[in-house]
Design a protein around this ligand. Structure first.
Ligand code: PLP
Length: 420
């Protein structure tokens, strides 16, 4: 299939980027507007961030020289752990070299085959890898369906009265841009006081909550969420990941038992300093997050006007529903021809036959770039017949598929940052 797509000229992935300006990139000599990046706050090109990155490399060298357990642990890592814990409102944090290995290492070592994990079906692959490696009983529940999670928890507890109960969700889902119903999930603790809630906030950090403090902060539920995991590879302009909690003993256990932390190299000083610089800027200039939401609201409205079908996105990640995988690849190629860089998300990242173009916006996008992108999308949406009015299936088809052209607002007490 990959070979066929390559031969027919519509293979969209692994496109080599020659140069980047953040909101624009150069590919094969062409300059394109980037609407697929996770660099939500545009920090990757902030001169203060780049300066901090270079300065740390000059002081500590370009590579870590070992795992944190042995020779690669830097004062900078520990400073960052303190800053992250304070930023998300937890007592302590442990930094890993990637977000993927944070989920893999932390979940795998915390749980045992006697334990029970209930896990949103659309959680990231790294969460499922961690769950599988733990050999705990893994019970997926329907995406964002807290009632289903409640039923699965009750049934599992009836069969196993001793094991630890662990619930894992993302804050902002990476493909759909949906917000987890964190209030409803945390409320499950009322029936199961021993339930531990693990939040992967890879896409919520820097985006949701006060000054980008994340999804738990957005819901006002930071104390009730037991573990907050985040990555540096999205809004924090680097690579790396962390897990934060109030239970310092568990974090100390993770520090000594997370296999990727012990057996794989540490985050280089340059990447670590990058994150610290981003946190400094966020402290000084929380308007960066406000600007991201202004752009997000504008784009949501623009998509609605065009008639694009978006998933139930509540964030700067806004998928455009296409349907067939091949059609999505052709749409992405046409976008590229018109000067816009965005990629299709296909099975298994989304259900089969429900491909989307995953678009994501940055606080540094300029108004004229947004206008240009919306004009291109309008033209191509008509050409490829992907507007809501182009679909002949009854409305219920789209609704049952989880797609909607209207925004239902966030359930419960939290308010949608989109203001609708
Ligand atoms: C929800 C989620 N968790 C974890 C990860 C892994 O993070 P990283 O890319 O920093 O390894 C990702 C990255 O795509 C993600 O989207």
């Amino acid at each position: 299939m990959v070979q066929d797509a390559k031969e027919q000229g519509f293979y969209p992935y692994f496109r080599p980027i020659d140069r980047s300006w953040g909101t624009e990139v150069e590919v094969s000599g062409r300059r394109l507007i980037m609407i697929g990046s996770n660099d939500y706050l545009g920090f990757t090109h902030d001169p203060r961030v780049i300066e901090a990155t270079g300065k740390a490399a000059r002081r500590w060298g370009s590579g870590p020289g070992g795992s944190r357990f042995l020779c690669g642990n830097l004062t900078l890592h520990e400073t960052l752990e303190d800053r992250l814990a304070a930023f998300v409102g937890k007592k302590k944090a442990v930094v890993h070299a990637t977000g993927f290995t944070t989920n893999l290492g932390a979940i795998a070592c915390m749980l045992t085959p006697q334990d029970i994990i209930v896990c949103d079906r659309e959680n990231h692959a790294s969460i499922f890898e961690g769950c599988q490696a733990s050999r705990a009983r893994l019970i997926p529940f329907g995406h964002n369906d807290a009632a289903a999670a409640a039923r699965k928890l009750a049934a599992a507890r009836q069969k196993n009265s001793n094991g630890c109960l662990f619930l894992v969700t993302e804050g902002v889902f990476s493909m759909s841009g949906d917000l987890a119903p964190l209030d409803e999930l945390v409320a499950l603790k009322r029936s199961h006081p021993d339930l531990l809630v693990y939040l992967d906030d890879a896409h919520g950090l820097g985006v949701m909550g006060r000054g980008g403090r994340g999804t738990a902060d957005h819901f006002g539920l930071t104390p009730e969420v037991d573990f907050i995991m985040g990555t540096f590879s999205k809004a924090l302009a680097s690579i790396g990941g962390f897990i934060a909690a109030d239970d310092e003993a568990v974090l100390e256990y993770i520090r000594h038992h997370s296999k990727p932390l012990i057996f794989s190299a540490a985050l280089p000083a340059s990447n670590t300093a990058t994150v610290l610089a981003c946190l400094d800027i966020l402290d000084e200039d929380p308007d960066r997050v406000t600007r991201l939401w202004d752009i997000t609201r504008r784009v949501h409205a623009g998509y609605r006007e065009i008639g694009l079908i978006t998933k139930n996105s509540k964030s700067p990640i806004i998928p455009i529903y296409i349907g067939g995988e091949e059609k999505a690849a052709l749409f992405a190629r046409d976008l590229f021809e018109h000067g816009v860089f965005a990629l299709p998300a296909i099975y298994p990242a989304v259900p089969r036959g429900q491909a989307v173009i995953r678009t994501a916006y940055m606080s540094t996008h300029q108004d004229k770039q947004i206008k240009f992108v919306l004009e291109v999308l309008e033209k191509l949406a008509k050409k490829h017949r992907i507007r809501a009015c182009d679909f002949t299936q009854p409305d219920s088809f789209l609704e049952e598929s989880g797609f909607t052209t209207t925004y239902t607002g966030v359930n419960g007490t939290a308010t949608s940052m989109l203001g609708d």
